[in-house]
Design a binder for this molecule. Structure first.
Ligand code: ADP
Ligand code: MG
Length: 253
């Protein structure tokens, strides 16, 4: 079980949402969200389908604007547009359920594109770093191939390497293993556990309760656009406080 973070670590919040409200028309999709994630913290977000988990991730990455409230990344508010926004997105890596690799680029080019374009890294440096990261996620020998030539689990590991190549301050994962065949789930979770152990700050939407129990410092339970509970995994799984959480856990465990 992951130990609680020390007070020192708590001091620096890398992600901070204060009073965030978002509507889609009449639907109040994010309701009064307050969430702080400390440097090195791993927060697992769970909750029923439609509770706003993906929307939460998308607002943190500024793929979606919020209507009220503030979002700070490493103390700075989210930029509205332009180059500053591109750099912000580079600071906040995001891995989706569908791997979203560029189909017509090689694995290596998928990983080097962002660092060269957004981070202005020299091509040779970007390639060296890409090879290191691809090795680290276990697909180093696939660098010259195209995404369609790789399995789903391999593609998702490339997607993680591609995000890491930007040296993000925080990584968001939105159900990264939900589209994978069962035998490929573990190879992706193993990469995520390794990342957590290396101290990456992570927000992970997942139904993989094994990952939550072993890698999370905190579990946040969402329902109907609200954060209903926020607790360490042991407390949450053994003693959920709300009927909604008990009901949800009863269905998935
Ligand atoms: P989750 O990821 O927890 O399943 P989502 O954040 O995807 O939930 O969706 C929350 C709610 O917002 C759902 O009712 C969904 O239908 C709605 N929603 C999501 N995206 C949009 C959108 N672009 N326009 C309108 N409604 C949306
Ligand atoms: Mg979702």
């Amino acid at each position: 079980m992951t130990a609680p973070l020390s007070e020192d670590l708590r001091a620096r919040d890398l992600v901070e949402l204060r009073g965030v409200q978002k509507w889609y028309g009449d639907l109040h999709v994010l309701q009064d969200i307050d969430l702080s994630v400390a440097q090195g913290e791993v927060v697992v977000v769970i909750g029923p389908s439609g509770s706003g988990k993906s929307t939460l991730c998308r607002t943190i990455n500024r793929l979606e604007p919020v209507d009220e409230g503030t979002i700070l990344i490493d103390g700075a508010p989210l930029p509205q547009e332009g180059k500053a926004l591109a750099r912000h997105r580079a600071d906040v890596g995001m891995v989706f359920q569908s791997f979203n690799l560029f189909a017509h680029k090689t694995i290596l080019d998928n990983v080097t594109l962002g660092p060269i374009k957004v981070r202005k890294m020299a091509k040779a440096d970007a390639e060296k770093r890409a090879h290191e990261l691809l090795d680290r996620v276990g697909v180093g020998h696939q660098a010259a191939k195209y995404p369609a030539q790789l399995s789903g689990g391999q593609q998702q590991r490339v997607a993680i390497a591609r995000s890491l190549a930007m040296d993000p301050k925080v990584m968001l994962f939105d159900e990264p293993t939900s589209a994978l065949d069962p035998e490929m789930i573990k190879e992706v979770l193993d990469v995520m556990v390794d990342l957590a152990e290396r101290g990456m700050t992570m927000i992970v939407v997942t139904h993989e309760m094994g990952f939550a129990r072993t890698a999370a410092n905190r579990v946040v339970f969402m329902a109907d656009g609200r954060i209903v509970e926020s607790a360490d995994p042991e407390s949450f799984f053994t003693n959920p406080q709300s009927d909604r959480a008990r009901d949800f856990l009863g269905k998935i465990l």
